[in-house]
Design a protein around this ligand. Structure first.
Ligand code: SAM
Length: 291
């Protein structure tokens, strides 16, 4: 039976190209084209956009993105075995799919796409967080992308959207929510994939805000959250002691109890602390210059 886009069913594609899943490449394929269409729809209106897809594999999500009207898809796949299967899709959608074989951690996609740009992917789990952190920390804001629609292990998805007060809340939540709207749009059981992974998965949709929710220097905010959450059981006055000699008064000036712990503090207060620390360091540096 041919699928909705006139291309062969994915099981047939996988058999014909001998695409047996390899664990070391994080390969868990989605074979249900209704599901990949749902993920593509969650990415928003694609008709005016170029979409970057990391790890297209046999092309289930790629087909969803193209069928949903993506202007152009740039698909970056490490596994050479998948390239001929992806070229068949490219032939079916002339001029709308570019396939690059290589490592998404090494390739700069920007030479191959035109704004507006969205990113959509069923990510290889071993590099998913690294790719996300890279996309969330570009050299300038707003970033080159409008939105990210990404499949993660459910536990990672929960850490991205977590609110203060629980064990999921940490650096990833702060990094993601400082400059993005982030929500889980779909949760999937292991059986949705071939082969089935051990854990549940979830799709997170992140939309880039035009500017951060609260002003702060990205580097200083990162420094604070790293120190705070690396010692999340300690009181902040102890966990942040190395950042500034008067850290306790900086905490108080930012509306934070020095005895509080990292997971109790919301984004607004972390940003206030980042501004206070930047200002205190600037004052100290100006004083040192005058001496
Ligand atoms: N998108 C397909 C789907 O939904 O069925 C496949 C998803 S599978 C979870 C992850 C894909 O990423 C695999 O095709 C794998 O070969 C590819 N991959 C793994 N590491 C990669 C890397 N460093 N760069 C690009 N692709 C990679």
């Amino acid at each position: 039976m041919s699928a909705i886009d006139g291309l062969p069913p994915l099981r047939e594609v996988i058999a014909r190209h001998d695409l047996r899943a390899k664990k070391q490449l994080g390969q868990n394929f989605l074979l249900d084209l209704n599901l990949t269409a749902r993920i593509a729809r969650a990415a928003g209106d694609l008709t005016q956009c170029d979409v970057i897809e990391v790890g297209p594999g046999p092309g289930g999500l790629t087909r969803g993105l193209l069928a949903e009207g993506a202007r152009h898809v740039l698909a970056i796949e490490k596994d050479a075995r998948a390239i001929p299967a992806l070229q068949e899709i490219a032939a079916h959608y002339p001029g709308r799919l570019t396939v690059i074989q290589g490592d998404a951690l090494q390739i700069d996609p920007l030479a191959h796409v035109t704004p507006p740009i969205r990113i959509a992917a069923n990510l290889p789990y071993n590099i998913g967080t690294e790719l996300l952190v890279g996309w969330l920390t570009p050299p300038q804001w707003p970033p080159f992308w409008q939105s990210l629609t990404l499949m993660f292990q459910k536990e990672v998805a929960q850490r991205i959207v977590a609110r203060p007060g629980g064990k999921d809340y940490g650096r990833l939540a702060i990094l993601a929510q400082w400059r993005c709207e982030a929500r889980i749009v779909l949760t999937l059981p292991p059986q949705a994939f071939v082969p089935a992974p051990k854990v549940e998965s979830a799709v997170v949709h992140l939309t880039a805000l035009p500017e951060p929710r609260f002003p702060a220097d990205a580097r200083v905010l990162g420094e604070i959250t790293r120190a705070a959450f690396n010692q999340r059981r300690k009181m902040l006055r102890a966990a942040l002691r190395g950042l500034h000699p008067q850290v306790e008064s900086l905490l108080e000036a930012s509306g934070i109890l020095p005895t509080a712990r990292a997971e109790e503090i919301d984004l607004e207060r972390y940003c206030a602390l980042a501004r206070a620390l930047s200002a205190a360091r600037a004052t100290a540096a100006a004083g040192a210059r005058q001496e």
